[in-house]
Design a protein around this ligand. Structure first.
Ligand code: ADP
Ligand code: X2W
Length: 279
């Protein structure tokens, strides 16, 4: 499947040959700073016949709300330690304010968006992560109801998904948004996942200067995690990317949401951000 987009005057995109969905993960680090043009681009891509699926985070907003409510929270190996009290706030913020903020922003530029969390229709089936004794109600994805996402797309809406999972007993789980996006990309069998964050890609220090890597191999990623050059919030992104490309996904691109017209530029095949691809 091949997609060619031709850039034209501001706000205009043309698709020469299209098809298929792509997953875009929007990090909480960048959401508030995303310009209207970002959502406008997204809507133009959809009008061109592409099928975006948005999975969002919201870590900073969760932390702010927990602090306001006086609920303590900490991260263990990059995952938020999640008690039932923390889970209430995670769900309120992700499925509530952040999800609806994204839906509104798409609608404000004339697009059609449908917000849902992994709880709705049991969209994201989850089980406790292996170290749940340490981190509490944090989940890993076992299954994604792809037909639900496709149903929303078939009705002409962009699905906007909050990363909360649910198990057969009805227990909710907090899922890292990069992990959830990767699992959704794999289950949908999309060609591409775009990870939108607050840095221009994976950075490395070369000759005392920080450079953005235009592409990285799995071996380089593992080495950079080992040396600590990839740390914190970048770790779940690269792990999700590596897991995706071992499945059906052809490439994962990590980009800065503040970069002008970043989505259409990625879709046009411009070298921007960091590309992690198969092979
Ligand atoms: N090698 C790296 N290159 C770029 N950013 C990195 C790297 N290693 C760690 N990071 C950190 O990852 C952050 C992005 O992750 P995170 O804050 O969780 O964002 P998001 O909310 O978008 O998921 C960057 O702001 C940066 O501090
Ligand atoms: C288990 C876990 O850590 N969940 C994350 C979910 C939100 C998230 O991942 O948001 P970002 O993409 O903005 O980082 C959390 O509670 O912060």
């Amino acid at each position: 499947m091949r997609t060619i987009l031709e850039g034209h005057a501001e706000g205009e995109l043309r698709v020469a040959s299209v098809q298929g969905s792509f997953v875009m993960k929007c990090g909480g680090s960048t959401l508030a700073a995303l310009p209207d043009s970002f959502f406008h681009d997204l809507q133009l891509l959809q009008q061109s016949g592409l099928q975006p699926v948005i999975v969002h985070g919201g870590g900073p907003a969760i932390s702010d709300n927990l602090a306001k409510l006086g609920i303590e929270s900490e991260f263990v190996h990059g995952l938020r330690k999640t008690t039932e009290d923390v889970l209430d706030v995670v769900e309120m913020v992700l499925s509530g304010s952040i999800n609806k903020q994204i839906v509104r922003r798409i609608q404000n530029v004339g697009g059609r968006a449908w917000g849902l969390s992994g709880v709705d229709g049991s969209l994201i089936h989850a089980i406790p992560v292996a170290n749940s004794a340490e981190v509490g109600f944090v989940g890993e994805v076992t299954h994604v109801e792809a037909s639900l996402i496709q149903g929303v797309q078939d009705m002409g809406y962009i699905p906007v998904i909050a990363p909360i999972g649910i198990d057969l007993s009805g227990q909710r789980y907090n899922i890292n948004a990069d992990t959830a996006a990767g699992a959704i990309a794999s289950h949908l069998g999309v060609n591409r996942m775009i990870v939108v964050t607050d840095v221009p890609g994976i950075m490395k220090t070369v000759n005392d200067e920080k450079v953005v890597l235009t592409s990285v191999t799995v071996q380089e990623i593992n080495d950079m995690i080992e040396t600590g050059e990839i740390y914190g919030g970048m770790i779940p992104k690269v792990r999700a990317a590596m897991s995706c490309i071992h499945g059906n996904v052809q490439e994962v691109v990590i980009v800065d949401g503040g970069e002008p017209r970043v989505l259409s530029r990625v879709m046009q095949g411009e070298t921007i951000g960091t590309r992690i691809a198969r092979g």
